[in-house]
Design a protein around this ligand. Structure first.
Ligand code: NAD
Ligand code: UDX
Length: 480
């Protein structure tokens, strides 16, 4: 029986290995992590991450050919194939701070693999890493190898949170990069055989190592660029009376452009886009390509601009002050169907409103109060100005209340911000909400989920990203 071990039981390691276990009953899969609480959660009824369909897969395989363990060394030493799916955040200190990927976790995993291995291994980069990381990992492994042969493969993951299980069942492509030597080709084939259990072979692409590593950064940069492009258009739509949904539809009908990923929003969030573009920018700068770096920087700048623009629009519409006003925040996760809040635009929007002394009442169906308070209290690392901004002040904590119900959150509020596109926000009883709010009652829809006309008929003043403005909003222009 082939044995797989995955180091890192996070958003990628957990679901990816669960699906491999489900689709490959002849393979034994161990997912290991240094975090005892995470492993305990994977072994319990309350999994550490919320992902539609995940629980069913884990329940089917756990204890049969899928195991979660903190005994990292045992499972690594027994494995034939080792996936490394540890976190690779942006460095916040030292050389490259604010842009470069922090490979501390990766390096420590590689050194541990070298230490405990007693047989030949295929080591698979699952984490998103800078181009040429495989070379560094290869050096660490071979210099500590004790006669063992290590083959390094790059197999970046393209799943998106909230749809991870269906993305893994039916990937657009699986990418495997490896050395172009006979041993490298054999390792590629071994990994291909794993995926071929359920992925059509014409969707398994094999490349050299550097192409695979760079393709992952490039794919995320292209996706984020589409969002910043449509968000930039949304500002122009508001200024001209065009409707961004109509523009996106018309643009996306061009088969060369395509309709997906053109939804204007309050900004993209998530653990990947900003981090991976910063990483790409750093690589460009290190390779003497400042023009290319500046091109990609603009994608993040527009994203920051979109969040600031949203806060400015809200404050200026409400007579230029939200001091002491109750603002309901509907949605805190970075997208629907996840409880993940990493880099969620809600953090910046909430901090902006708190800075203007608003009283926030926050509701998200999946994000617990402790997580929201932790996110708002944490230092934010500003990528463009490598200094740590002050966290939410102890007095500002009193301005935040977290509720478990949208009606409770909006009761007596002056305005509502929709920051995550949870389905339930489309179907709330807005008449009931309106009746329980202060007047004039505002809705600021950062995800274009509400029916503007219906809400206007109820009596709301409605702002939706990139949509023609109410007369009210036209009279209260937002400062850029
Ligand atoms: P995560 O933070 O959820 O999980 C990483 C896990 O690795 C943590 O549980 C941590 O405790 C563990 N870990 C760190 N060092 C370790 C070590 N030496 N030994 C054992 N365990 C260790 O991160 P994630 O979201 O799963 O992302 C992992 C990688 O995959 C990142 O490089 C990310 O860029 C990439 N990625 C993420 C996504 C996504 O949607 N989250 C998608 C594609 C790629
Ligand atoms: C992304 C990539 O899609 C995935 O391939 C990669 O493996 C990891 O990074 P993820 O961050 O989980 O996945 O979610 P994604 O669906 O890409 O959304 C990212 C952000 O962009 C979210 O905040 C989302 O709301 C926003 N978004 C997405 C938009 O604002 N408009 C869109 O049209 C699409």
């Amino acid at each position: 029986m082939v044995k797989i071990c995955c180091i890192g039981a996070g958003y990628v390691g957990g679901p990816t290995m669960a699906v491999i276990a489900l689709k490959c009953p002849n393979i034994s899969v161990a997912v290991v992590d240094i975090s005892v609480s995470r492993i305990q959660a994977w072994n319990s009824d309350q999994l550490p991450i919320y992902e539609p369909g995940l629980e069913e897969v884990v329940k089917k395989c756990r204890g049969n050919n899928l195991f979660f363990s903190t005994d990292v060394e045992k499972h690594v030493s027994e494995a034939d194939i080792i996936f490394v799916s540890v976190n690779t955040p942006t460095k916040t200190q030292g050389l490259g701070a604010g842009k470069a990927a922090d490979l501390t976790y990766w390096e420590s995993a590689a050194r541990m693999i070298a230490d405990v291995s007693k047989s030949d291994k295929i080591v698979v980069e699952k984490s998103t890493v800078p181009v040429k990381t495989a070379e560094a990992i290869e050096k660490i492994l071979t210099h500590n190898a004790k006669g063992i042969n290590f083959q390094i493969l790059s197999n970046p993951e393209f799943l998106a949170e909230g749809t991870a299980i269906s993305d893994l069942y039916n990937p657009d492509r699986v990418l495997i990069g490896g050395r172009e030597t006979p041993e490298g080709k054999k390792a590629i084939q071994a990994l291909k055989d794993v995926y071929a259990h359920w992925v059509p072979v014409d969707r398994i692409i094999c490349t050299n190592l550097w192409s695979a590593e760079l393709s992952k950064l490039a794919a995320n940069a292209f996706l984020a660029q589409r969002i910043s492009s449509v968000n930039a258009m949304s500002a122009l739509c508001e200024a001209t009376g065009a409707d961004v949904s109509q523009v996106s539809h018309a643009v996306g009908m061009d088969s060369r452009i395509g309709p997906k990923f053109l939804n204007a929003s309050v900004g993209f969030g998530g653990s990947c886009f900003q981090k991976d573009i910063l990483n790409l920018i750093y690589i460009c700068e290190c390779n003497g390509l400042p023009e290319v770096a500046n091109y990609w920087k603009q994608v993040i700048k527009v994203n920051d601009y979109q969040k600031t623009r949203f806060v400015n629009r809200l404050v200026s519409s409400m007579f230029n002050t939200v001091s002491g006003k109750k603002i309901a925040i509907l949605g805190f996760a970075f997208k629907k169907d996840t409880g993940d809040t990493r880099e969620t635009p809600a953090i910046d929007v909430c901090k902006g409103l708190l800075g203007d002394k608003a009283m926030l009442s926050i509701y998200d169906p999946q994000v617990p109060e402790e997580q929201i308070m932790r996110d708002l209290s944490m230092n934010k690392y500003e990528w463009d100005h490598p200094i740590h901004l002050q966290p939410m002040s102890p007095s500002a904590v009193k301005q935040v209340k977290v509720t478990w119900d949208a009606y409770e959150a909006t009761k007596d509020s002056h305005g509502i911000c929709i920051l995550t596109e949870w389905d339930e926000f489309r179907n709330l009883d807005y008449k009931r909400i309106y009746d329980n709010m202060q007047k004039p009652a505002f809705v600021f829809d950062g995800r274009n989920v509400v029916d503007m006309e219906k809400l206007r008929q109820i009596g709301f003043i409605v702002y939706s990203i990139g949509k023609p403005l109410d007369a009210w909003l036209k009279d209260m222009p937002a400062m850029a």
